[in-house]
Design a protein around this ligand. Sequence first.
Ligand code: UD1
Ligand code: CA
Length: 451
Amino acid sequence: MATALIVLAAGQGTRMNSDLPKVLHEVAGAPLLVHALQSGASLSPSRVVIVAGHGAEAVTAAAHDWTPEADVVIQAEQLGTGHAVAQAAPALEGFEGEAIVLYGDTPFIRPETLEAMIAARAAHDVVVLGFEPGDPARYGRLVMEGKSLTRIVEFKDASDEERAITLCNSGVLCASAPVLFDLCAALENNNASGEYYLTDVVELARAKGLSATAVTCAEEETLGVNSRADLAAAEAAFQARARAEALDIGVTLTAPDTVHFAFDTVIGRDAVIEPNVVFGPGVTIESGARIRAFSHLEGCHVSRGATVGPFARLRPGAELAEDVHIGNFVEVKNAQVDEGAKINHLSYVGDAHVGEKTNIGAGTITCNYDGVFKHRTTIGKRVFVGSNTMLVAPVTMGDDSMSATGTVVTTDVPEGAMAISRAKQENKPGLAKRLFDKLRARKAAQQKKDS
Ligand code: UD1
Ligand code: CA
């Protein structure tokens, strides 16, 4: 059955106290909205409609960055969740499949939960996702009669008896699209908030002789973000789950609580991640690689047997082949480093290609930026780049070539050649000793005067 996702993302999020629309705040390097889209993506929806309002321009841009095929509809005034869903009706005109309503600020609904809701649709017209929170607080309450959901009552409108119900509404709801839009069109706003409540579709459905039920999930899945504290809690929940998953598939995390994952980090079995490692978006670490303490990686790929760090930074486009060694205080950006190459100390390698078995000495810099343009450095195979070599790009060092320590390479170095560019050394006999004596005498005289 074809499925459409309707993601509600029009709310302001006043309690975030932010200029950024709430759904664009990030967890694990991706906007909340994207997490919601990702959980819905597991159903392979044929249509995605995002209802935007506050900060619609920024929300639209982000939505299209991540899900280019999504339709963004605008809810100019936030008149309630039911009104929000109704705004998606024109975009889904003629769509006969299932519609699933998700909230853009609720990032962690599991794919299995959505699948269970679709499955429950076989026997019921409207399926609502419920949960039993530790503290039911101000959530809407699900009024059940056996397996039937008779209505949802908002906290503000609930009697004491209804408030005692512990089964709460997550907001996620599933029905056939035409039925959902028919019901939404019939909603009224005569309630405590003066809003068009999506939750009222349950009673309306029942009045039409349709049936409703609830599927339940764990409270963690329905964690919604309304404040910075919630955002921090969502981040913590994401990280806890990512760490547990990594350990589960056979990754060693020496100090799991200090490793930070991105929403899309991929790490192979038997990789070792030492303490205090941060993964930004777009990182793949193959089996058996080792990422040593205090390293920061984003947008990069580390192959089998490679070691990185401690204190290394891999930036977007860093591509490390097997058995590459990247050591301390080394930054690699947009560079392919071939098998067995070593960049062990204090270097910057950017917009470059480093051939296999090449050794880059300490303090080497690819000077890739002239203030306006970026240029490439190409270093061949089995090259020995002497310590403190400046490679002024665009420049090439041929296979089996060398640069002497301290060389500034400004022209291409042919295969097998040695580049040396530095002032010739001259020794002045006794000069150091005479200079020391003079300076020490001056200091002693000064100290005598001051005392
Ligand atoms: C809603 C539910 C409540 C449930 C709770 C779970 C209703 C009437 N109530 O309450 O039963 O327990 O969620 O968190 O549905 N939104 C729009 N446009 C609007 C209004 C809301 O896009 O006009 C979006 C918000 O941005 C948010 C989501 O819908 O992502 C939920 O809205 P919110 O106002 O937080 O609903 P609650 O009052 O918390
Ligand atoms: Ca809410």
